[in-house]
Design a protein around this ligand. Structure first.
Ligand code: FAD
Length: 288
């Protein structure tokens, strides 16, 4: 099923992101986590794409099994910045032949050692053109950034570029993680003013281990509110307490979003079925 159809049907949704294994050796443990998360019957699941494409086979296998074995709609991520046009075309054909209906089309982070000579793709808008040329039937999502992308000089420029993405044909957007819902509300107000009408699915990252926060902030540049810093200071050294507090914080964000008429939420569940289950339990009456 296409994500655009799911987003259109007027019901609240909760979806989860998983990531593929880096090696054959870890495939079984990832497969087991994916199965447990799929058995929670989320609205859909997305599968990330390893930077550089080295794990693309796993992205495809997992996205296919989510859809075919567990009956959950799936989205396969695809990045392009460190790939040749030929490789990207090959991946898109593989996705189509495997029956993948939804792609999250991303540029990817630019590797430090990548010279301009190597770059076939400058932006996700270049990728969507290639996808649509090969198979216009895909439903295509993209990324957006409530606190703006680190490469943009300011929020206004980032929103102009997001409008370019909408105009290029992206069907929906999923946001970068954020820890303060006011940043999202402000972002939504600004993009709607700028004529961006596509569905935006906020991405919520439950932080359940103290070490995750540093990594998450380094990757995303997200602002961490004092309330969350206090929580990590207080419970960071107690794994059970940190897990409980982190899930409570994410649940609080999710319930606030639903209360403010946000209908679709994507959770970065980090291949952790326990975290996914607890969040699903915490909102089960709300989304049903
Ligand atoms: P772009 O849309 O190309 O944006 C990058 C920068 O260029 C921004 O500053 C933007 O404002 C600007 N820009 C965009 N379009 C144009 C244009 N047409 N003209 C001029 N400027 C433009 N990374 C992975 O490696 N694998 C994943 O699976 C993955 N999944 C992700 C999922 C989500 C929901 C998010 C938010 C990020 C994900 N990332 C993933 C990280 C992502 O690859 C990086 O954030 C990357 O730096 C930007 O990718 P993008 O598709 O947003 O790029």
């Amino acid at each position: 099923m296409k994500i655009s159809e799911i987003l259109d049907n007027g019901k609240l949704t909760l979806s989860f992101e998983v990531f593929p294994p880096k090696t054959d050796a870890s495939f079984e443990s990832v497969r087991s986590a994916v199965k447990k998360i799929a058995e929670l019957h989320p609205s859909f699941m997305s599968v990330t794409y390893g930077a550089g494409g080295g794990t693309s086979k796993y992205t495809l296998d997992i996205a296919k099994s989510i859809k075919e074995k567990y009956g959950v709609p799936s989205v396969a991520h695809l990045t392009c910045v460190s790939s040749s046009t030929e490789t990207v075309k090959q991946r898109i054909n593989e996705f189509r032949d495997a029956g993948i209906e939804n792609i999250l089309a991303l540029r990817g982070d630019i590797p430090e050692n990548l010279g301009d000579f190597d770059r076939c793709f400058q932006h996700a808008t270049d990728l969507i053109k290639v996808i649509k040329d090969i198979y216009p039937g895909f439903c295509i999502g993209g990324a957006c950034y409530p606190e703006s992308h680190p490469e943009s000089s300011d929020k206004a420029e980032d929103i102009i570029n997001l409008k370019k993405k909408q105009d290029a044909g992206f069907d929906f957007f999923v946001t970068q993680m954020f820890f303060d819902n006011n940043l999202l509300y402000n972002f939504l107000y600004r993009i709607r003013e700028a004529g961006i009408t596509s569905p935006v699915i906020p991405g919520i990252m439950p932080i359940t281990k103290a070490i995750q926060i540093e990594r998450a902030v380094k990757l995303s540049g997200s602002f961490v509110p004092q309330r969350f810093i206090n929580l990590v200071d207080k419970f960071g050294n107690n794994p059970g307490a940190m897990m409980q507090a982190g899930i409570a914080y994410a649940t609080d964000q999710i319930i606030d979003l639903y209360s403010n008429n946000i209908t679709h939420i994507h959770v970065y569940s980090m291949n952790n079925p326990e975290v996914a289950r607890k969040i699903m339990d915490n909102v089960s009456e709300i989304i049903n």
